[in-house]
Design a protein. Sequence first.
Length: 96
Amino acid sequence: MSLSLKFAAERLGLGHRKLMAQMRAKGLLNEHNLPAHPDRDKAFLVTRESQWFHPECGMQYQRATRVTPAGLPWLAQQLGIDRPLPEPQPDPRDVA
């Protein structure tokens, strides 16, 4: 399972356009918003490919960058974003 850049941006507290601009500035994305180093960053950023048929233009191909679950904290670290820790949950096994 992977997250779209839009959903990853929400999780990091940014807008998706701002996230993509910061990722391009850091050299994580190329000018087409695809991973700039797909082999190096394959554990964190993946490319999803899809296709569909358009009646006038023929087959259309699309590639989009997705963030893996391990990529979310890595991305926050790469961009210098402080992510608040989740609220601690009481342990249901802890009975008095």
